[in-house]
Each structure stands twice: as C-alpha cells, then as structure tokens.
Design a protein around this ligand. Sequence first.
Ligand code: PMV
Length: 325
Amino acid sequence: MRATAKAHTNIALIKYWGKRDEQLILPMNNSLSVTLDGFFTETTVHFRDDLETDSFTLNGEEVSGVPFERVTKFLDLFRDYTGKTDLFAKVESINHVPTAAGFASSASGFAALAAAAAKALDLNLSEKELSIFTRQGSGSACRSVYGGFVEWEKGEREDGSDSYAVQIAPQDHWDIRVAAVILTAKEKDVPSRAGMKLTVDTSVFYDGWLKSIDQDLRDIKAGILAKDFEKVGSIAEANCLKMHATTLGAAPPFTYWQDTTLGVMHEVWQLRKDRIPAYFTIDAGPNVKVLYLPEDEEKILARLRSVKGVEDIIVSKVGAGISYK
Ligand code: PMV
C-alpha cells in the first residue's frame, strides 16, 4: 500500500479566477494551461494499518498546522471513497519548485499526492477521475494530471462530477519555452484563495472578465493547434491583464504587481517593438512568466536579466503528465 508519483506544475494561459463552490473547488470559468518540465513534486504515500494518524514531510521536514491539515483533509477523500476510514498514511514529498519562483507548488503537490494515494490504494482511476480528486486539493492542480496543453472544464453539475481537466495537445506537440522571472519581492502576496474570493464577491469588473472567457478559449485553442505563437501569446497576455484588472475593481482594491513586475512587463513590450516575439503572464504574485520560442532564447534571457530587480530566471520546456516510480 505504498506508491510514489511525480507531477509537474503548470502555468495558466487562460486563468482560473473565482470559485462557484468553495468546498468542492468548482470554478466560475474554464481555464487552460501548459505543463512545465522545470518544476515538479515527487511524493510517496504509504498507507499502513499500524498508524493512528497521517504524517507529512516536505523536503525532509515534518509539516504541521494548516498545510498538514490540507493534506490530511485531502486524504479523507480517499478514505471516504474506499470506506477505509481508519487507514492512515505516511506522506513524503520532495518539491523541485523553488519557493521563490512564485509558482504555486500546490499544483504539482496535489497532483503528485492524488496520484500516489490512488496508486497506493490500487484504485485504477482514469485520468478524468484522478483529475476530479486532484481538483479538490487545489483547483489549478487538476490540470497537472496531464502533460502538454490542458483545459479544465468548469462543468455544470453541483456535485463536481463534470469539472475536470482534459488534454488539448500532448507534450511533443509544440516546443515553446516559459521563463520564470524571479523578482525581489517586498510584500507578502494575498493568497490566491483569498484574492479570488474577494474579487468574485466585490469586483465591479468580474462580470466583464467572465464574459471574455469563451472567446479567449476558442481563439487560444485554435492558436495552439495551429502553432500560431503570436496568436497564443497575445491572447494569454491579454487574458492575464484582464484577470489582474479584476483585482483593481475589488473592494478593497488590491494588486499582485510590484514596481519590478511592471519593469519586466515593459521589457517584454519593448522586445516586441524590436520584433522579438515574447509575451508575459502573471499569477497571484509579483513574478512574471515570459513565453517565447526556442530560437529567441538567448536574446530574450539577456534582455530580461538586464531588468532592475530580476533575481533569477528559470527556463522550462513543455512538461509531461503524471508518472510513477
Ligand atoms: O489553484 P490555486 O488556488 O493555486 O489558484 C490558482 C490561480 C491562478 O494561478 C492565479 C490561475 C491559474 O489558473 O492557475
């Protein structure tokens, strides 16, 4: 009753921003991401009859408090599903996601945890079923079940049984690159959970955001299939700007951007003026991810490194879905 799974993180090109059900983690809108090979989590789950409680170590250190409770609550889903309500597990995770990278390690973390738990219990879940489990740990994690380009369908049903991710194109479909530009951050972020809730509840721009999603999704999917980089990049960048605009219309208003964030955005715009195709996207934090094609890598990285406040840049290719050891 022991298994090890590896999952990569992902970056959304069409953002998930807002829940219609906080408990089941059901989103207001479909989202679309690319899985990244540069950042991943490896997790071993060992269910044992002799344990009286779960335990969780991250990078070798015992975890307690809220992060531990999220893990044990997540394992409850598997205990309920199998009816083995007094079976507990030892969970050991190694995160290959630098904490400073501004990637929610929750995406790779919950995807690896779900996959290892399901395998340890011999559940033989389909990828769709695994994605439904994973979604309930962290929404964006349900997209990390697959490699390549992935869409999370919001679904309509109240029980969440039609809210899961599907693959749009496999890992080897298209070699694009994502540079995670790590910035000197001054303030602590508003966690994505709190930020999206405040936005759904109060932002005067939230309806406009929702209305724009269907068109963005249709266009970006066509662009991905046609490998049209300018189309995909410009839709992703505009979608990110719309998501961040909703935070400015919230009450109270807030933003994830810092001056260094704007510095990188302006450099990306300048790159395009210089006819070098590069586009940015930003999640619920100050760091910027820049999309580009492999042939422009050297020029783009040199320009990004020259921006004030840039501490580090980590480059990813398109990554794979879940794998097992
Ligand atoms: O799944 P969470 O709670 O980490 O939320 C992720 C939200 C964004 O990263 C901002 C967008 C996304 O689709 O990943």
